[in-house]
Design a protein around this ligand. Structure first.
Ligand code: BGC
Length: 818
């Protein structure tokens, strides 16, 4: 037994049964229980996966906001994934966080999946490789990663209860594979078990937590439940370790009693405890000398290197889908530019739901292009995209109590007495695991004086599910409770209903806003958290005028840049997308703008694939995803050619919804979704169906061109020895650039149902103009194996196709498995 194992055993032995059981359920929303008797402090867990929110969901407690995981997936860069992990580890250190709840490594099975933006790709091997790099790098700085959600949690509809029916081969080869890589190669210290059931058993009680996780992959880390995913005492018998959140949960006293009565073996509890102690040792939360370590100090200064990384990652993950030569632009000579689009101003820099962080600021495309082009830039909205209530501009708010900036918030007892006060900065407010007495408060009052900069009618409103009284200048606008949007309490909270009414505002004259929220009678999750947004709803009564204005602006300019995108009601946690269309009248807008000015480029600000019926009419299309807080600066870098779009699609983009080979995320009448397509998802499904997508898996343009000219290397391999290839790649263009060389396998004569071809290796190549490089690619034998009650290696010949995307593979090479 190693010294470490002996120490963990020794500490476990010191604990009473009550202490042990206490440690197995969270102390609160984000922390575990401290145990002074063994020198163990609380562990702080925090979302994840594209920033580290920290303990408080509060606009005063800022975090770096990196580009969404789809952008990271598009980079195909192990180096970038490692720096992403290290950057998050530094953020975690700054915020006193021990474990970051990410990466999210479910697969892009259907583009409708609501958390598509949060996941890396449709390919298990690419996802696994990036997740490994992210995990290893994060943990090298002493912070735990938490790959999630184990497993088959690839859509959101009925996510708490749905049963996913999936065969064993598909599980092993596809959905478990990224977890296998993150555990076996990445050495993950924790993983998160999901909400859903798999083949009839809920994830937190599933044998998959033993087989293959513990047995085959030797996972010695902690299985953390997704928030509220543990529902029964029974689950304590499974290899589920930590119940989150706490303090209330199904284990507690019931588990103590079950152990005492002999119903559950104490050794089962000891295994869980040993894993949590090991995690505590790994993150430094347990004193070597028996003394409880102090909480790591926290501070609010986001490192400049983190911001620089956010900017670089946004370029590396952006995918150039079309370019007739217009890009890169010489911004000093481009003349008048018409910037158009709601998302140019209200940019979505991150997806919604638990992944949310509170950036200190975001650089929108409008901010960055204005700084670059000054008076040569015009801006028009074009089409309304943002839905619901947008918060009031922070710099126009005065706290009527303090006279300083912001909003006065008071929590009240049943008699209306103030029991807690906060001075908040903005009007998009969330209390989740916060210091405010959200659970016991019976009422809440929010006040601010808002000074408009323009006169006119605006739609003032709020978004919340509780009874609300909202007054503006002493007039009651609302005194009502809006019906919830969903029965799922999390969705109801994250995507609350909203309402607004017209108010007449006068520039420079403060509008006095006073809001009361009735907090009585809440229970369960809704008692521990409150979300409240107040502000303006965009007026949609004159949509044609918006398009007309954009057309006029485009006509008056040399170049039109249209930023299209999705909104938080389309892409977010807790629900799936209904279709792939851009919301609102954006398609019409692009058509009208391009008709007015053929020199039009389109920027796509979505986290996942959208339909672009106008794609062959515009001069360029650049997908920036949810580009993180530096999105605007990165866009200027990309447009000007200071950087090159480094992304290649990690997911196939369809030309029409009807052509999607795998789409269904809607549970049937038995609350089941069957993964009937088996191992054929993503490009594998497209190849099998023969339908043509708009853009292939692996596709993306840079600012230079490449030729893949030769492949040499091993032509024999075995079950234990993989292959090493050397691919000759030439930069045939006029500037330095990056390319992703991709290797796909094909098996002609086979006994097995295999994909037409599948990704087995890739490499990132950088070369100067005219330069030839050799990419070294190692391919594991496992890439050729199929699961059939065990890994099975079908002997014989495979053909490797090497190139730049799944349908552009100029060079082939035969290899023999024997
Ligand atoms: C999400 C997890 C997240 C957790 C804590 C859940 O609803 O599914 O991904 O880590 O909440 O915020």
């Amino acid at each position: 037994m190693s010294n470490l194992a002996a120490r963990v055993d020794e500490l476990t032995a010191k604990l009473t049964l009550e202490e042990k059981v206490a440690l197995l359920t969270g102390r609160d929303f984000w922390n575990t229980v401290p145990l002074e008797s063994i020198g163990l402090r609380n562990l702080l867990l925090s979302d994840g996966p594209s920033g580290v929110r920290g303990e408080f969901w509060d606009e005063r407690d800022n975090s770096l906001n990196l580009p969404s995981a789809t952008a990271l997936g598009s980079s195909w860069s192990l180096e970038l994934a490692a720096e992403y992990g290290r950057t998050l580890a530094r953020e975690a250190a700054r915020k006193g966080v021990d474990v970051v709840l990410g990466p999210t490594i479910n697969l892009h099975r259907s583009p409708l999946g609501g958390r598509h933006f949060e996941c890396l790709s449709e390919d298990a091997m690419l996802t696994g490789a990036l997740a490994t790099s992210y995990t290893k790098a994060m943990q090298s700085l002493g912070k735990g990663a938490c790959p999630k959600h184990y497993v088959a949690n690839d859509f959101e509809t009925n996510r708490y209860t749905v049963n996913v029916k999936v065969d064993e081969r598909t599980l092993r080869e596809l959905y478990l594979r990224p977890f296998e890589d993150a555990v076996v190669d990445g050495g993950a210290w924790t993983i998160m078990s999901s909400y859903n059931s798999i083949n009839g058993t809920t994830a937190t009680e599933h044998d998959l937590l033993q087989n293959p996780l513990r047995s085959d992959w030797n996972f010695d880390g902690v299985v953390i439940s997704d928030w509220t995913a543990v529902r029964t005492l029974e689950s304590a018998k499974a290899e589920q370790d930590l119940v989150m959140p706490g303090p209330i949960g199904p284990w507690g006293e019931a588990l103590v009693a079950a152990v005492r009565s002999g119903e559950i073996d104490e050794a089962t509890i000891d295994r869980k405890i040993a894993r949590i102690i090991l995690l505590a040792v790994r993150v430094g939360a347990i004193g070597a000398d028996g003394q409880t370590p102090a909480q790591p100090p926290r501070h609010n200064n986001i490192a400049a290197e983190g911001r620089a990384f956010a900017r670089r990652a946004a370029s590396e993950g952006a995918v150039l889908l079309e370019n007739d030569g217009v890009l890169p632009l010489n911004l000093s000579k481009v003349g008048k530019v018409a910037l158009i689009g709601d998302n140019a101003k209200n940019a979505r820099t991150q997806g919604g739901g638990s992944a949310t962080t509170m950036p200190e600021f975001v650089v929108t495309p409008l901010d960055a292009l204005k700084a670059e082009l000054g008076d040569n830039l015009s801006y028009s909205v074009g089409a309304v995209v943002q839905k619901g209530i947008a918060e009031l501009p922070k710099d126009q708010l005065v706290n009527p109590v303090t006279g300083g900036a912001g909003v006065q918030v008071e929590f009240l007892d049943i008699d209306g007495n103030v029991i807690y006060t906060e001075e908040r900065r903005g009007t998009n407010l969330m209390w989740l695991g916060s210091e405010a007495p959200v659970e016991i408060a019976q009422g809440m009052r929010m006040r601010t004086n808002f000074t408009p900069t323009e006169s006119g009618s605006r739609l003032l409103g709020f978004s919340n599910v509780l009874p609300v009284k909202l007054e503006c200048d002493g007039v009651t606008l609302f005194d009502e409770k809006l019906p919830p949007t969903s029965e799922d309490p999390f969705t109801a909270m994250m995507d609350p209903p909203f309402a607004s009414k017209a108010v007449d505002l006068v520039a420079g004259k403060p509008a006095v806003i006073d809001i009361h929220v009735d907090l009585r009678g809440r229970e369960g999750l809704s008692a521990s958290a409150v979300m409240f947004i107040f502000g303006f709803e965009t007026d949609k009564s004159n949509e044609q005028r918006l398009i007309d204005e954009a057309v006029e602006a485009a006509k008056a300019a040399e170049l039109a840049i249209v930023v299209v995108g999705t909104n938080a009601q389309v892409e977010s946690e807790g629900f799936d997308r209904k279709d792939l269309k851009l919301p609102g009248r954006q398609d019409e807008l692009v058509e009208a703008v391009v008709a007015a000015n053929p020199n039009t480029i389109v920027i796509v600000n979505s986290g996942s694939p959208v339909l672009m019926p106008w794609n062959k009419k515009v001069k360029a299309i650049l997908v920036t995803y949810f580009g993180g807080e530096q999105m605007g600066n990165a866009l200027v870098d990309l447009l000007s050619g200071a950087t090159e779009p480094g992304g290649r699609l990690p997911t196939t983009w369809a030309a029409s919804q009807a052509s999607l080979p795998v789409e269904n995320c809607t549970p049937d009448s038995n609350n089941e979704v069957t993964y009937e397509e088996g191992i054929h998802i993503g490009y594998r499904a497209w190849l099998k169906s023969g339908a043509k997508p708009a853009y292939d898996f692996g596709y993306g343009l840079g600012y230079t061109t490449w030729a893949i000219t030769a492949v040499t290397g091993d032509n024999k391999f075995s079950e234990t020895e993989g292959l090493n290839l050397r691919v000759e790649v030439k930069n045939t263009g006029e500037r330095a650039g990056k390319h992703i060389v991709q290797v796909y396998a094909e098996r002609k004569a086979t006994r097995i149902d295999r994909p037409v071809r599948w990704l087995v290796g890739f490499a990132e190549v950088h070369a100067a103009a005219g330069e030839t490089k050799h990419a070294e690619i190692s391919i594991r034998s496992r890439e050729f194996a199929n699961w059939d009650k065990g890994w099975n290696y079908e002997q014989g010949e495979f053909t490797l196709h090497v190139g730049s995307n799944v349908n552009d593979l100029p060079v082939s090479f035969n290899v023999e498995l024997s």
